[in-house]
Structures are given as structure tokens and as C-alpha cells.
Design a protein around this ligand. Structure first.
Ligand SMILES: [Zn+2]
Length: 259
């Protein structure tokens, strides 16, 4: 693939980095990333991925823009209240970079459609706000051997990790960390608990950095660790996640099944 004149100018600040260069930019342009949720995390994530020239971006979201979203979901706008979030997001993103192909999936990810959708992409970024989706993504991405960059929010805190449990020993999955989802209603979602909007911006932006690093093969991966951002105490912690060899998703027995 040859970069066009316009691409040379648009990505000039990537191209002058030894760590990216033409080869790295071409990798980004040829990559296919699936983003789950065009919400608080998905907004900055999508904007930076589009700006960086990730060639094809899939967006899954079945929701519509609501006025209560706009305090944190910065990819949307007041005039688009009532529109599908995938349409609203595409409008903003195409304004940032019209060289990106967007594949819109206005649906809810479930056990019936997940494998087919995820199978079409190189990497998945989870910005969803519910445990059913989080566990489903973990299980299917492990099975299909797709890297999963997953983030979660609480009112003043964010968590971020990358899962590549299909690589075997030393590579845990989300279920190694939390075997089962909490009982319904135990952990309130943003809608119920509230959130300082900019916290979603910090974590969604970190998520974008990790997605780009995974595609480019740059630096340290978060694989095997969990990054925790505490906004009130202004602290970042990074803790190690142990692989659970009994894990139903990525443990010994599970892998025998997958092979
Ligand atoms: Zn596991």
C-alpha cells in the first residue's frame, strides 16, 4: 500500500516518529477495530482512533442520543438528540477523518451475533457499561484469538486492561480476575450512579493509546495487568493479574476444548 499525498500530510506527526513511520501508519490504515459502545468511553476512543487513521472502525451500539448523555459522551451533539448513536458518532468521526471506513452495527451484542461480528475484526475495544457484554466479549475474544482492550468506569475511577489469554501461560483473561459477574443490581451503571464526565475522557483516551500500541506493537502491553485510575486521589496503580488455571474461559480444560 502506498500513502497518498494527503495521507502524508494528515499523518505527518506519526510519520516522523521512528516508532511509527510509514510502515506503522500503513498498519493502522489496514487495521480493523471493533468498538463496543459509543458512550462515555467510546467517544474519545472513537475520535482518537479515527484521527489516527485506523482504516476500518466498527461501532456497536443500539442506543439513541439522550440529553443526559452529553455531559460525557463528547462524540455526540445537542442537535442529534434522538438519533441512533452509531449515526451520530459517524457524523462526528467523518468530520475528523473522511478517510476512515465506518461499519455501523445498531444492535445489542449477544451470544447469537457476537462470534460473527468479532470474527470480522483484528482487535476489539470494550467501552460497554454492562457485565453481560463484558463477559461475553471476554469469552468470544479468547476463543477467536482476538486481542481485547477493555475499560470500565465508576463515578471517580477507571480500570483498563488488555486481554490476550489465547497466548497461554502468563496471559490471564477477565474471568481469571473476576470469575463470575456480580449479581444484577450490585454494581450500578453510570446512568444510576453518576460519573464525573471527564473521568470517562481520561480512561477512553488511555484505551485509545493501548489500542494503537497493540496494532503497532509498541512498548509494554497491559496484558497481564490491570491499570486503575483514581481521579480523586490523582493516582494510577497497575496491578498484576494471575492466570487462573481452572478458569472456564482460558484455563487448561477450556483450551483443550478450543484446540
Ligand atoms: Zn481466564
Amino acid at each position: 500500500m502506498e500513502l497518498s499525498e494527503e495521507q502524508f500530510r494528515r499523518y505527518a506527526r506519526h510519520l516522523i516518529l521512528d516508532e511509527v513511520g510509514e510502515e506503522g501508519q500503513e498498519k493502522l490504515l489496514q487495521s480493523r477495530v471493533l468498538v463496543i459502545g459509543a458512550g462515555g468511553l467510546g467517544s474519545p476512543l472513537l475520535m482518537y482512533l479515527a484521527a489516527a487513521g485506523v482504516g476500518t472502525i466498527g461501532i456497536i451500539d443500539d442506543d439513541r442520543v439522550d440529553i443526559t448523555n452529553l455531559q460525557r459522551q463528547i462524540v455526540h451533539a445537542t442537535q442529534r438528540i434522538g438519533d441512533l448513536k452509531v449515526d451520530s458518532a459517524r457524523e462526528s468521526l467523518a468530520r475528523i477523518n473522511d478517510g476512515v471506513t465506518f461499519e455501523l452495527h445498531p444492535l445489542r451484542l449477544d451470544a447469537d451475533n457476537a462470534a460473527d461480528l468479532i470474527g470480522r475484526y483484528d482487535l476489539v475495544a470494550d467501552g460497554s457499561d454492562n457485565f453481560a457484554t463484558r463477559y461475553l466479549l471476554n469469552d468470544i475474544c479468547t476463543r477467536l484469538k482476538k486481542p481485547l482492550v477493555a475499560a470500565a468506569l465508576s463515578p471517580f475511577e477507571g480500570q483498563l486492561s488488555t486481554f490476550k489469554a489465547y497466548l497461554g501461560d502468563g496471559h490471564p483473561c477477565y474471568r481469571c480476575l473476576f470469575r463470575e459477574p456480580p449479581p444484577p443490581g450490585m454494581v450500578p451503571r453510570c446512568e444510576e450512579a453518576g460519573i464525573l464526565g471527564a473521568v470517562a475522557g481520561v480512561v477512553g483516551t488511555l484505551q485509545a493509546v493501548e489500542v494503537l500500541k497493540e496494532i503497532l506493537g509498541l512498548g509494554d502491553s497491559l496484558d497481564g495487568t490491570l491499570l486503575i485510575y483514581d481521579a480523586l486521589k490523582v493516582r494510577f496503580h497497575r496491578i498484576r493479574i494471575a492466570k487462573d488455571h481452572e478458569c472456564p474461559t482460558c484455563g487448561v480444560a477450556a483450551f483443550a476444548n478450543h484446540a
